[in-house]
Design a protein around this ligand. Structure first.
Ligand code: NAG
Length: 374
């Protein structure tokens, strides 16, 4: 099969695309099947710097596009089969719809647009055009997720009766809480689509429901412990403090369609202090329990960090863990599908719509003080 040619929107020499997505295309099992033929960034200078840099790294010339015109050009480029979109969520819509319109398959980073409406629009347009849209919810591909799902699905511990997940995003990360990095201050704007709930909880929720099944009812309370954020950085033209548009604490409980009673509690903004836990997930089945916790001291997110899994108190040896492996799973699943081996198990836009729908139900429940039936 011919290599899949990628047009990469948002690939510069820094940021998530540079440190995670591009390297995931270079892991040995992926590298021979994919090639980046073009990229697009916001400015002519950053595009040519990036094209030169990655061209050197891959030993293949890469076309450099930039700005809004660049987006129309890269999606139309006959040397591009798959468009990868890794830019700020409030700007996903233009490139994703342009790529769909050009009849290209798309990979877009979670949250896939800045609202449930936009994610649904991507789904509708992709369906009308007959193209695939994959979404970057890689937590379910982690080694820990696969082991936990395997144990649950085997039924050997009996029925899942309850589960509790608790997670924490520390102040030092400079996202949500009393301090924010100047480059990320947009996350605090209303409608940014990148609230603490959408990004941090959203990633873990996808893994949670992928393994334990869907919610039947949900009830949530949210709080804003840090109503303003101090902007950290030397080039900021923003006011020194900005209001926080979104809650930094989310507590929810619900009943799954399986009948299990579950709770999830996510918090942001306190400093990391000795003994403060970044993540803990317990699943209690009738005849045994599963515990997932960070494998390293600072780990907190299942979609990024390696986790340790205990089944009935015994630590399970995990294979193939690591962020790049989680991300590479999407490319390998897509490849499987393209080479005619059935549907790839990447995260689809339909699943992203479902996850966003759940987040919307959480927001609605918290706002109205009522439980929501899904
Ligand atoms: C759970 O334990 C009970 C009581 O020992 C037993 O009857 C049942 O078969 C067990 N279920 C599974 C799935 O092993």
């Amino acid at each position: 099969m011919a290599q899949i040619r990628i047009g990469f929107i948002g690939l510069s020499t820094t940021g998530w695309a540079a440190i995670a997505l591009f390297p995931s295309l270079q892991v040995p099992s992926v590298r021979s099947s994919y090639v980046v033929t073009a990229l697009c960034t916001s400015s002519a200078a950053s595009a040519s710097t990036a094209a030169e840099h990655y061209g050197r790294e891959t030993g293949r010339p890469i076309k450099a596009y930039y700005g809004d015109d660049g987006i129309s050009q890269i999606v139309q480029d006959p040397d591009v089969d798959l468009v990868v979109v890794s830019i700020k969520a409030p700007t996903h819509r233009g490139p994703v719809l342009a790529a769909i319109e050009a009849g290209k398959d798309v990979f877009v980073e979670w949250p896939a647009g800045s609202s449930l409406e936009e994610t649904m629009e991507f789904q509708r347009q992709a369906k009308a055009k007959g193209v695939k849209v994959m979404v970057g919810l890689q937590g379910r591909h982690s080694a820990a997720s696969k082991v936990v799902k395997g144990v649950i699905d085997s039924g050997r511990l009996g029925k899942v009766l309850s589960s509790t997940m608790v997670g924490f995003m520390p102040r030092e990360s400079l996202y949500w809480g009393p301090t924010v990095n100047e480059r990320r201050a947009y996350i605090h704007q209303p409608g940014s689509g990148v609230s603490f709930a959408e990004i941090i909880l959203g990633h873990q929720l996808d893994t949670f429901t992928h393994i334990l099944g869907d919610f039947a009812t949900i009830s949530a309370i949210t709080a804003t412990m840090y109503p303003t954020a101090t902007v950290v950085g030397s080039e900021s033209t923003l006011p020194p403090t900005i209001p926080a548009a979104y809650p930094d604490h989310i507590a929810l409980s619900g009943m799954l369609t399986s009948g299990a009673l579950v709770s999830i509690h996510y918090r942001a903004g306190y400093p990391s202090t000795p003994g403060r836990r970044g993540f803990l997930w317990e699943i209690d089945c009738e005849n045994g329990s599963i515990r997932v916790e960070p494998a390293t001291e600072n780990g907190n997110l299942m979609n990024i960090y390696d986790m340790a899994v205990y089944v009935c108190g015994e630590r399970i040896e995990l294979e193939g863990s690591g962020l790049l492996a989680h991300l590479a799973a999407t490319w390998l699943e897509y490849l499987k599908e393209k080479s005619g081996q059935g549907e790839g198990a990447y995260v689809t836009i339909e699943e992203a719509v479902k996850n966003r729908g759940l987040l919307e139900a959480i927001e609605r429940s918290a706002r109205d003080g009522k439980s929501v039936h899904l």
